[in-house]
Design a protein around this ligand. Structure first.
Ligand SMILES: Cc1ncc(COP(=O)(O)O)c(C=O)c1O
Length: 422
């Protein structure tokens, strides 16, 4: 989080104190750093150093229009999982020839929509989906470019809800029957079989699962070529993990215990680890990073409403809830939480909870936090990915507003909702 830092004990996003943003725009508020966004993209994309490739940003991580426009203007492609996401990508200026369409459950109307837009490739997840796309492509008279998503049965050692490359997951076509599946796809008259797709999970912190997947995919390209099936591109997916613990360090912040296994390698290390292997295939390379581009680009600001001590536990009750950022409730995800202003004070183990009527509505449990007061603001860090996109109106709560900081400039990029939005 290089563009979020404490200057004179006040948390800043680039050149702007976050407290000023909270006071001007209210809370809950997502704050994004444009420079962090651009740097993250350039670092990942730049790691390909001269190799024919496309970095397709995975919209699911954050589909804010300004974020999309920024990435499109950097030359990014887009990875979409619905017709809605294809629509958002095109509206933001992404080139349709750089848009991939993934997902196990594409509806017929979505397939037809994508065909009409001339996207780069459908990442196909089953034999039946191949048949359906072939049928629709024949009916509308537009051949469909497809990549087959293979499930390599590789353990990405991540949370079970975001692991996708195991036989027991719903994703992709089993690697053991991949050659037959490609043969079948090649026999369908309205398909152009162009690529292999794989994506083994999200928030993966180790390089080995990626290295293993790269070797498996390149081996498959060779097998397919000997079977007479040419492969033009490898779409290697996303999943590059980020560091959530100790995103910010400061002598006035409580020390957070760290397991070295929770530390992510730098963004470009993932590419560097697999590039030599993938290059052997002589294909165009595609990746689909989401989290690694936007997670540390954003934080969520929330206000302390109440403190409560029931004799067993201490609670800090804040004005953001699981409807604003669901990751802790959904998979016990860790986000560092810091006050916007640091000063010498006692620290206590507290649960930071929201106002939603669910026990699962929490941001942290038994977390050492400086003793904060009613009315004070807290920042939930590294919240740019899978944050606002998962926000809901649960409990008839309004979704958070969003602002983007660029140097000293601040722009509202997501309006604060009103009751009319409910
Ligand atoms: C097919 C596909 N590609 C890319 C991504 C993006 O993953 P991440 O945000 O971990 O980079 C996902 C996320 O689950 C995905 O399912």
């Amino acid at each position: 989080m290089t563009h979020f830092r404490f200057i004179d004990d006040a948390l800043h996003c680039e050149g702007v104190p976050v407290q000023e943003l909270a006071e001007e725009f209210g809370t809950p508020l997502y704050v994004y750093s444009k420079q962090q966004l651009v740097e993250n993209f350039r670092r990942i994309d730049g790691a390909f150093a001269g190799t024919d490739h496309v970095t397709c940003y995975a919209l699911k991580a954050n589909s804010n229009h300004t974020i999309l426009r920024t990435l499109a203007s950097e030359g990014a492609g887009a990875d979409a999982v619905s017709a809605g996401e294809i629509h958002l990508a095109l509206r933001a200026g992404f080139d349709p020839a750089k848009v991939t369409f993934a997902g196990v459950g594409k509806r017929d109307d979505e397939i037809e929509y994508a065909l009409g837009k001339g996207i780069f490739a459908f990442n196909v997840e089953s034999l039946q989906e191949l048949e359906v796309i072939n049928g629709i492509a024949g009916r509308v008279g537009v051949p469909a470019r497809v990549a087959l998503r293979v499930n390599p049965d590789i353990d990405a050692s991540t949370h079970p809800y975001i692991s996708t490359g195991l036989k027991t997951n719903k994703f992709g076509i089993d690697i053991s029957v991949a050659v037959e599946a490609f043969r079948y796809a090649a026999s369908l008259p309205h398909l152009r079989v162009e690529g292999i797709h794989t994506h083994i999970g999200s928030q993966i912190l180790k390089l080995e699962p990626f290295e293993q997947t790269a070797r498996t995919v390149v081996h498959l390209v060779r097998e397919l070529r000997s079977a007479g099936i040419g492969i033009h591109h490898i779409d290697f997916g996303g999943g590059f993990g980020v560091t959530y613990r100790n995103a910010l360090r400061h002598p006035l912040l409580p020390h957070e215990a760290v397991n070295p296994a929770d530390e992510a390698p730098p963004n470009d290390a993932f590419i560097a680890a697999v590039l030599p292997v993938l290059k052997e295939a002589g294909c165009t390379l595609v990746i689909e990073p989401g989290r690694s581009i936007v997670a540390d680009t954003g934080l969520l600001v929330t206000k302390v409403l109440y403190r409560k001590d029931n004799g067993v536990k201490k609670f800090v009750i804040v004005d953001a809830g699981m409807n604003d950022l669901i990751r802790p409730s959904l998979y016990n995800a860790y986000h560092q939480i810091v006050p916007l202003t640091l000063r010498q004070r006692e620290a206590d183990a507290v649960d930071v909870v929201g106002p939603v009527c669910e026990t699962g509505d929490f941001f942290a449990r038994e977390r050492m936090l400086p003793e904060v007061e009613r009315g004070e603001y807290l920042a939930v860090l590294t919240a740019g990915a899978y944050g606002i996109v998962n926000a809901s109106h649960y409990n008839a709560r309004l979704r958070p507003a969003e602002v983007l900081v660029n140097g000293e400039k601040v722009r509202v990029v997501g309006e604060r909702e009103t009751f009319d939005d409910l």
